[in-house]
Design a binder for this molecule. Structure first.
Ligand code: WTA
Length: 635
């Protein structure tokens, strides 16, 4: 029996049991049968969660691009690998075959080498959703450079922090980007960021919007002429299984963003295997994930997972609302999409619009619908199920994280019966545990607790770039011998998991993880601000929105409050990005604090959510009187 493609529930249980009773034998078989290796491993798994150190397929030699490209050429060379749908529906879609993609990746790899990028060097990629973005990732992987993609909605300040943290020597960007009816000056943002990045030697610039931009002599180069001159073949660099493939930053509850490091072989095996099963992908399907490649979902399930399976993967440059709210549904009809993977925030936003936008389009090609990034609420689940899936396409509610590299808890469509708001069962090889606050595992069903994973899986992040101690402290110190996810979950009577949300100070806004600390730091830099605290509150489209409590300095007290609000949001936009803007800003005289000086966010969260019936015991606070003031003046 091949364990690679699971088709029945009994088979799922059987394969699951095998994967947890002898993980090494299980993953060895999957790796052996479904991937190409230049040299096999010496050992399948070595791990120690206390250090923590995790190694999969140690001693193996491979290149992920040979698995994503070269090996498909004899059988799928003329099949579309990437189907590019531009922002403007009037611009023609591009069907890039495996042959063409291979050639483009090789040319790009040669350009990188010509510009001094070597194996192990870090390359920052700051591009919109255009084919060059996927090509850049793969070109880095081809030569063993480590890519660090920064979402092209981040500000100059966020970009420079990330470039410097991992010491990138090159940036790949474009002149600008299209976003619906707007254009964004990406090169201007890069120029500003690079004022603070002395390590960047070269900037390669893709021409996308034909804007008039400045090019710095000796540093900035238009990419296309270099590609035209480059040789169209390039041998893949021989990589070790545990060589880093990429760094991707994610917000922590405190401090600067964490550069999660993913390595080569385990990441490849796990993303490919989950892709095949979670989407039940079959050879001629057209698969579309609407995420941006700036996030982990795009890395794993637009680029690596699909291409490792020889799939056709759609890249969409635009937004769901342009030219109208039917854009997603129009694309599904146009390209006869079979698997569609999106985020609850997009579903909620589109569900608010007239059903006409959906009904104008033929969606009968759909076979599987996916959701990722935050809990999907019941109402959104039913809207998606009724109107998009027409009750025929199963919805997979996939729970996972930047740190996990691939899906962890998800139904397998047509295999696992689904229940709204439940991510259901652990994927093959995943051993979840619910823990109580005292550090004990909660066994049995109909329980809830903090979600941990007991045993390593192939695509777990191996470290935080440059800060292994932080990696250990964040994920492996809360519970002994466990990976702690930061999420809470419940397990129902049949053993299905439902993710209940973050238990730390990370807030998920429209599917983006935002740490409270960096936003508060940014607010506090405003000359009129003394101190601030932000919390999340429920929002019907974004899932959560941000509520800021701000204490003003004397100089601020005479200022116009609405102007101050605008300035604070402007500052956040410049330093982090527009996604971190606050929906509500309340000026307060103090913040509720414990006697040790810690802000009681629980109380602020309740007030922001208008859930003040049970604030708990506030008498132990340093300043209980401030709670009433905050409540009386809240929005
Ligand atoms: C949340 C995205 C509920 C969760 C792949 C997690 C979810 C964080 C789900 C990771 C889901 C993701 N149901 N919550 N299906 N998927 N989350 O790193 O809190 O951007 O810890 O990875 O999103 O977000 P990240």
């Amino acid at each position: 029996m091949s364990n690679y493609h699971i088709k029945h529930l009994e088979e799922y249980f059987q394969v699951y049991r095998k994967s947890v009773s002898n993980p090494e034998a299980f993953w060895e078989e999957i790796a052996e049968e479904h991937f190409v290796w230049r040299k096999k491993w010496n050992k399948v798994l070595e791990w120690d969660f206390t250090k923590p150190e995790i190694k999969w397929f140690e001693g193996a030699k491979l290149n992920i691009t040979e698995n994503c490209l070269d090996r498909h050429l004899p059988t799928r060379g003329d099949k579309t690998a990437i189907l590019f749908e531009p922002n403007d529906p009037k611009e023609e879609a591009q069907h890039i075959t495996y042959h063409e993609l291979h050639e483009r990746v090789c040319r790009m790899a040669n350009v990188l080498l010509d510009h001094g990028v070597k194996k192990g060097d870090r390359v920052c990629i700051y591009l919109p959703m255009i084919p060059e973005l996927a090509v850049s990732l793969l070109a880095c992987a081809r030569i063993g450079a480590i890519h660090s993609v920064v979402f092209a909605g981040f500000s100059a300040n966020a970009l420079s922090t990330r470039i410097n943290d991992s010491d990138c020597k090159m940036v790949i960007c474009s002149d600008g980007s299209y976003r619906g009816a707007k254009t964004i000056d990406l090169k201007g943002i890069v120029d500003k960021a690079l004022e603070d990045c002395s390590g960047v030697e070269n900037v390669l610039v893709v021409k996308r919007i034909n804007s008039d931009i400045g090019m710095k002599d000796g540093r900035d180069h238009w990419l296309q002429p270099l590609l035209d001159k480059a040789y169209a073949d390039r041998d893949a660099e021989l990589m070790d299984a545990e060589d880093p493939l990429f760094i991707l930053y994610t917000s922590g509850s405190t401090g600067k963003p964490k550069g999660m490091v993913h390595t080569t072989a385990g990441y490849m095996v796990y993303t490919a295997y989950t892709f095949k099963n979670a989407f039940q992908y079959t050879e001629n399907d057209v698969y579309w994930c609407t995420a941006d490649i700036g996030w982990i979902t795009g890395h794993s399930y637009i680029v690596y997972g699909p291409l490792a399976n020889g799939a056709t993967t759609v890249m969409f440059e635009g937004v769901p609302s342009y030219p109208d709210y039917g854009r997603f549904w129009q694309i599904i009809e146009k390209h006869k999409i079979n698997q569609f993977y999106t985020a609850p925030t997009a579903i909620r936003a589109l569900a608010k619009e007239k059903l006409d936008f959906v009904e104008q389009h033929d969606l009968t090609s759909l076979k599987v619908l996916g959701s990722v990034g935050e809990p999907i609420n019941e109402e959104a689940w039913h809207w998606y199920n009724n109107n998009i899936g027409k009750k025929k396409s199963p919805i997979i509610d996939t729970w996972w994280q930047t740190e996990t590299g691939g899906m962890m808890i998800t139904p397998i469509p047509y295999v696992t019966p689904t229940t709204p708001t439940y991510a259901t069962l652990p994927f093959i090889g995943i051993q979840p545990a619910l823990m109580d606050e005292a550090g004990k595992e909660i066994k049995g069903n109909q329980v809830d607790g903090r979600l941990c994973i007991k045993f390593p899986w192939p695509s777990i992040a191996r470290t935080i770039w440059g800060n292994h101690d932080r990696y250990r402290d964040t994920y492996f110190s809360a519970y002994k011998n466990m990976y702690f996810t930061g999420d809470g979950a419940l397990r129902d009577a049949v053993g299905y998991y439902r993710i209940t949300g973050r238990v730390d100070d990370v807030i998920i806004v429209s599917g983006h993880n935002l740490g409270t600390a960096p936003i508060e730091d940014s607010i506090n830099e405003h000359p009129a601000v003394a101190e601030s605290a932000i919390v999340g509150f429920p929002h019907e489209v974004k899932g959560n929105a941000l509520y800021g409590y701000v204490i003003l300095k004397e100089v601020g007290k005479t200022r116009d409050r609405n102007n101050l609000r605008k300035e604070i949001n402007q500052q956040i936009t410049e330093q982090i990005g527009p996604i971190a803007k606050l929906d509500k800003i309340q000026f307060v005289s103090g913040l509720p604090k414990t006697r040790s000086g810690k802000i009681m966010r629980r109380i602020l969260r309740k007030i922001a959510s208008k859930d003040t019936s049970n604030l708990g015991d506030t008498s132990t606070l340093l300043n209980p009187e401030v709670v009433k003031e905050i409540m009386d003046n809240s929005f």
